[in-house]
Design a protein around this ligand. Sequence first.
Ligand SMILES: [Zn+2]
Length: 133
Amino acid sequence: MVIMAPKKELLNSLKCPICGGQIDIAPIGGSNYGCFNDPYHYNLNIETGSVAIFSFLTQERITLYDSKYRYDIVRIHGDNIKTKIEMFDIDGEGRVIFSFIDKFVEIDGDAFDFKNFDSDKALKRIKMILLFQ
Ligand SMILES: [Zn+2]
């Protein structure tokens, strides 16, 4: 299901799942909006359709870390929502060591609740999903 709304309304309906921050323009990594406090918490891509008053989300990404890895949860909007989990090796300062994805899982459906997001629970869940991959 694609959620369509005037852009301002759409932006006001979203907040950063990590810190609760407002969403603002943040052109990073294929996204055009992101968390005002840190777009690497949460970033998303919003497109405006041919009826210009309506905008819709195409992709949302939450980034989480533990001591060894970076995990991205990517929610892809379309006729059906898909969830991707991407895992990257990081160095001691949290930077991605190699730009290629270390592990990757794609799930049909909305696998994480972005509205009531709990980082610790999500990390545990990601590790379980990756373990059985
Ligand atoms: Zn944030």
